[in-house]
Design a protein around this ligand. Structure first.
Ligand code: EPU
Length: 314
């Protein structure tokens, strides 16, 4: 079994290198690609040079039968120490173009949401400022419907373009074809977002900037941004705040190994140095249990947990 998998992996690596431009890495540690700074290696890690190279790679990957994990900024992700036995598709070097035109802002999936948000502001457009403090890519923000301070990614969406990993076809979906909710988008399984357009409106850039500065200041004051973290660990239960519930349950500063519940914001966990995914997972369960006992509320993880075969809590 092991040798069959490893030969599939070697074959796919050779084919991608022969036919697609970009960078193909083997046994790439994912700890360097997640903001939490933990996790084992991916068998293969591919950074296509552009959309055409991605399009050429998709049938090769499909025919290999290996699982695929699209990776954005790795901001909301906890990779287990065993790593991932497939191909990670990372669009952050080849698909990063953005443009602003009249009332439309367009960004490829690998573009940084913060950079795109700034570009819209400088162009004198409002609509994307909520993204100024959200780390990660536009593609990742769409997949998880990232949001902050009342703004959400998919509510601003006009259309998205994605490549279907099974057929290799490019699909374009209007916002009305995407069902979405709090921290959740119901995109078809196997669809990798490559490009998207968002609604913008004209506004004085200085006014937009002031709004962004305010959001950033609030974020800095309430979230441990200077420490390694994976964003909010749990989703807010309807009408409640996970951070408040965790705080009230007395979890601040609880730790497992080098992973700690932040004393600034209880829904953040920080990796104080050399923390492992297993420590983080143990701490997640400990917090969940305490909140269950104290409040009778079952917290749902927002952080996506990646195991050897892919995302375990899609
Ligand atoms: N609170 C505490 N103790 C804590 C944390 C929070 O008492 O340790 C209280 C706060 O004082 C406030 C309430 O809980 O009264 C809510 O806290 P906050 O304003 O920080 O908002 P949140 O609901 O915890 C959400 C998002 C964040 C987003 C902020 C700002 C979720 C799970 N979290 O946090 O998103 O940045 O609002 O819009 O939806 C993320 O999703 O990764 C994330 C960081």
């Amino acid at each position: 079994m092991r040798s069959m998998k490893s030969s599939k992996k070697d074959l796919l690596a050779r084919e991608i290198r022969a036919r697609c431009r970009g960078e193909l890495r083997v046994d790439e540690p994912l700890s360097g690609h997640t903001t939490f700074g933990m996790g084992g290696p991916a068998d293969l890690f591919f950074l296509p040079a552009n959309l055409d190279d991605l399009g050429r790679a998709v049938p090769l990957v499909r025919d290999s039968g290996l699982p695929v994990l699209p990776l954005g900024g790795g901001t909301n992700m906890l990779v287990r120490e065993a790593g991932f036995r497939g191909l990670v598709l990372c669009l952050t070097s080849g698909l990063t173009r953005t443009r602003v035109e009249a009332d439309l802002g367009q960004a490829q999936a690998g573009a940084s949401l913060q950079v795109f948000s700034r570009r819209c502001q400088r162009a004198g457009r409002t609509g994307m400022e909520f993204g100024c403090g959200i780390p990660g890519t536009v593609g990742g923000a769409i997949r998880g419907n990232a949001g902050a301070w009342g703004g959400e990614t998919v509510e601003r969406l006009i259309w998205l373009q994605g490549i279907d990993l099974r057929s290799g076809e490019m699909l374009r979906l209007g916002q009305d074809e995407v069902s979405f909710g709090y921290r959740h988008t119901d995109l078809p399984a196997g669809l990798v977002v490559v490009d998207a357009a968002f609604h913008l409106a004209e506004e004085n850039p200085e006014v937009v900037k002031r709004r962004m500065d305010e959001m950033l200041a609030r974020r800095k004051a309430s979230q441990p941004l200077w420490k390694r973290n994976a964003g909010c660990v749990f989703k807010n239960p309807p009408g409640r705040s996970a951070g408040l519930l965790i705080d009230q349950a007395g979890c601040k500063r609880l730790s497992a190994g080098a992973v700690e519940v932040s004393d600034l914001h209880a829904n953040f966990m920080t990796n104080t140095g050399g923390g492992t995914a297993e420590e983080a997972l143990a701490l997640i369960e400990q917090v969940r249990e305490r909140v269950r006992r104290t409040h009778g509320v079952e917290l749902e993880t927002e952080v996506r947990i990646v195991g050897t075969h892919g995302v375990e809590n899609p």
